[in-house]
Design a protein around this ligand. Structure first.
Ligand code: SF4
Length: 391
């Protein structure tokens, strides 16, 4: 395997981290000018220019935050009634209405979740399966201290090969209040977490929005990570604008047939493309602190499935051609057959080293630099978190 993308994680807990960002700071590998130097150069050009300053940092376009401010103020002045469900600080009651005819995700079940469960197998009561430091995320997320992961029970996608099947069926977990969720955030902070990592959160959006708003008001400063399947509606994501610092979506399939076969969601490719576009629009390019820990941005994950190298390459190509270096791509080889897969015999094996190397080599040949790859044997059940501890 050629190239030197950032590698991470082996199952023996000897996390071999090559912090590519650190290397890059010392010696850029290609002829390209690194982003932070380009920014510095642009700033100094602006400072020295005799012409009056433009509003936009890079071009004549109005910057996104100013456009948003303008839109918000025009909304405020509009005489039309406010849209139901629009984010308002601290008003959980409005958010909870979303459960009355649930369309929080693209399944659009329209069930009243106080009485009935939808595809996600979740009621309107928040259920959490685990809250603990997680050491095996990408190095810029876990680093040495760990990521403060909160795993939510239930899932709207239900992939047949789910790696966290114990919790995705919505049966394992503890019902907690929204206030308890904020306590979990603080507890993880006290334990030294680098961030709060919300895992499969989309079907509990109302309480999550409330909890983040509350702790942010109180001065909570750890970045919030939205670690999701990529099967998200743009409307739901818009409710998270300004609350989520880092999006960590999967990009599982680009072919509708594969999405239908493994997740019963032929619309997944279109949904995930729109979702990633919204995420990137909200956060902009990735920002890291002095220690290489991510503070803002989008990292898109792809878990390589057995026999699916071609589709994986199409995903990498799409992401790189659409977003270039604005996002990071995380290529994962840890697929483990953990569920009953009699009807999917092609999935009853791990991904081979050759398959994974072909994917990584392809990414390198495209020119992808902002990526994470895994090394060592990560395809083990021990790599999957334990669930069921008392919260
Ligand atoms: S969140 Fe659950 S109930 Fe709501 S639309 Fe999605 S799958 Fe259906």
């Amino acid at each position: 395997m050629g190239g030197s993308l950032t590698t991470y994680a082996d199952a023996a807990n000897e996390v071999r981290i090559k912090m590519r960002l650190h290397r890059k700071r010392r010696a850029p590998r290609s002829g390209r000018i690194p982003y932070h130097l380009r920014r510095r150069r642009e700033r100094s050009l602006h400072k020295n220019a005799s012409a009056p300053k433009k509003e936009g940092p890079r071009s004549g376009r109005i910057p996104y935050h100013l456009r948003r401010r303008r839109e918000r103020s025009s909304h405020k002045n509009a005489s039309a009634p406010k849209k139901e469900g629009s984010t308002k600080w601290g008003q959980l009651k409005d958010h909870m209405k979303q459960y009355q005819s649930c369309t929080l995700c693209p399944r659009n079940c329209r069930v009243d979740r106080s009485r009935q469960k939808g595809v996600c197998q979740s009621s309107d009561r928040l259920m959490v399966s685990r809250a603990a430091l997680h050491m095996w995320e990408e190095p810029c997320i876990s680093a040495k201290e760990g990521s403060g992961a909160v795993f939510f029970a239930g899932c709207s996608l239900h992939c047949v090969y789910c790696q966290n099947f114990q919790i995705s069926n919505g049966q394992m977990g503890q019902e907690i209040t929204k206030e308890h969720l904020t306590e979990l955030f603080y507890r993880l902070q006290e334990q030294g977490a680098n961030n709060i990592n919300l895992v499969t959160p989309d079907h509990y959006l109302p309480q999550i929005v409330w909890a983040i708003q509350k702790v942010k008001k109180e001065g909570f400063s750890l970045p919030f990570i939205y670690n999701c399947s990529g099967y998200e509606t743009v409307e739901s994501l818009r409710e998270l604008e300004g609350l989520i610092d880092v999006y960590l979506p999967d990009f599982k399939y680009i072919q509708p047939e594969t999405a239908q076969r493994y997740s019963h969601a032929a619309d997944y490719p279109n949904v995930v493309k729109a979702a990633v576009a919204e995420m990137v629009q909200q956060t902009g390019a990735c920002v890291f602190d002095a220690y290489g820990k991510i503070q803002k941005g989008v990292i898109v994950r792809h878990l390589l499935l057995p026999g699916k190298v071609r589709e994986a390459k199409q995903i990498v190509q799409y992401l790189y051609e659409t977003y270039g270096d604005k996002i990071y791509i995380s290529l994962m080889n840890q697929y483990t057959p953990v569920t009953a897969l009699e009807n999917y015999p092609e999935l009853i094996r791990k991904v081979t080293k050759r398959e994974y190397d072909r994917l990584v080599d392809y990414a390198i040949s495209l020119g992808v630099e902002n990526a994470f790859i895994q090394e060592g044997d990560t395809a083990k059940e021990s790599f999957i978190p334990m669930f069921g501890d008392e919260l």
